[in-house]
Design a protein around this ligand. Structure first.
Ligand code: HEM
Length: 384
């Protein structure tokens, strides 16, 4: 997408696409302005012209979560779990994340000198970590992973679109049912986990609604998995391209800086959407109240107005005020966790392999245009 972004930043930094019926915004300063102003630019699709509320008690529960709510409800909902995701709390998880990473690496490095980095490592790790934080018992982990897979998967070749939608809906319902049972259990016996935090929390003396609790469970699962997977995978690709793998192995400080550059250069989340709450004129174009806007984080992150040699991957780039985790009110809640997982995953992996190469195969991009990554990434290495 990067050539397209560059062209658009020059030619049409704010433009309406009649096919998708949305506005696109490409420049760094405009991205920042929009994400910083939740009075004029709402995060809730409910404010879009022609929006129809999905029918059913548990349909569209994500609409009730912090991700798709404006202040004041946003701040109240985020307040319930903010402490659990603070850098300080997350730092304490490092030994446990290292242990889970090591267990996984023991399994996969055992049988050969080539792995698919995505399916064998970068994908399972964040699922295991968030399952544990939520409070999913170890024995349900496999089942949990199946649901998580299904939700992010695309249709397989031998099924029709309708069959795919039906299968996904079935999985969604099974997972919702599972979470509801877990919620009930934790109401009776609260534990030290996120589901307990959600079911026992009160805002102004009132518990969260059923939809808010269920939606938040699903949000934490969905928001953190495929994104972190792609951060780890995009990092390996980028390090390999500039021959930085050996240099970064064993140097966690340099690795931490390089991960920020991956978030900029190959942002796992390329775009977010907003809805205009009033008519807004930018670069001579008028966005009307109720119009939907796609805010291209991935383009802002390549804007030469903000970054020198923006199209170059520079592992030691500082400062690096990228939008990889968004900006403003909805700045990623899970950023400290994602950073820690990526650092531990890459540092453990690189300490156990050497001479990493990525075979010259055609890489298949992820199927969603908002998510940047590849479906699989074979890597070859020597075991240390
Ligand atoms: C929000 C990216 C990992 C939970 C966001 C946003 C971005 C983002 C761009 C802003 C959304 C917006 O402005 O509309 C990423 C990336 C990740 C990652 C690139 C990994 C590399 C995680 C993890 C979790 C998480 C691990 C939790 C387990 C959330 C939540 C929000 C959010 C709850 C909504 C925050 C709010 O509305 O206040 N993320 N994320 N994310 N992310 Fe992440």
């Amino acid at each position: 997408p990067f050539d397209w972004y560059r062209e658009m930043r020059e030619r049409a930094p704010v433009r309406y696409d009649p096919t998708r019926k949305v506005w696109d915004v490409f420049r760094y300063d405009d991205v920042k302005e929009m994400l910083d102003d939740d009075e004029r630019f709402s995060v809730s699709p409910r404010n879009a012209s022609g929006f129809q509320e999905p029918e059913g008690e548990e349909a569209g529960v994500m609409l009730d979560t912090m991700l798709l709510q404006d202040p004041p409800r946003h701040d109240e909902l985020r307040g319930v779990v903010d402490e659990e995701f603070s850098p300080r709390t997350i730092r304490e998880l490092e030994p446990r994340i290292r242990e889970l990473t090591t267990e996984l690496l023991d399994d996969i490095l055992d049988n050969g000198d080539e792995i698919d980095l995505v399916s064998e490592f970068a994908y399972p790790l964040p699922v295991i970590v968030i399952a544990e934080l939520l409070g999913v018992p170890t024995e349900d982990r496999e089942q949990f992973k199946t649901w998580s897979d299904a939700i992010v998967s695309a249709a397989s070749e031998d099924e029709s679109g309708a069959e795919f939608v039906e299968r996904q809906e079935e999985m969604r319902q099974e997972m919702a049912f599972y979470f509801i049972q877990l919620m009930e259990d934790r109401r009776e016996n609260p534990q030290d986990d996120l589901i307990s935090t959600l079911v026992t929390a009160e805002i102004d003396g009132e518990p969260l609604t059923h939809r808010e609790i269920l939606g938040t469970c699903i949000l934490l699962l969905v928001a953190g998995n495929i994104t972190t997977t792609n951060l780890i995978t995009n990092a390996m690709r980028s390090f390999d391209e500039v021959d930085a793998v050996d240099e970064l192995a064993g140097d966690d400080r340099a690795l931490t800086t390089a991960i920020e550059e991956v978030l900029r250069y190959r942002s796992p989340v390329q775009a977010m959407t907003r809805v205009a709450m009033e008519d807004v004129t930018m670069h001579g174009e008028t966005i009307e109240e109720g119009d939907q806007i796609v805010v291209w984080l991935g383009s802002g992150n390549r804007d030469e107005r903000q970054f020198d040699d923006a199209d170059e991957f520079r592992p030691d780039r500082t400062p690096n005020q990228h939008f990889g985790f968004g900006y403003g009110t909805h700045y990623c809640l899970g950023a400290p966790l994602a950073r820690l997982e990526a650092k531990v995953a890459l540092s453990e992996l690189l300490s156990r392999v050497s001479n990493v190469t990525i075979p010259e195969t055609t890489l298949e991009p992820t199927r969603s245009s908002f998510i940047y990554g590849v479906e699989s990434l074979p890597i070859r290495f020597d075991r240390e």
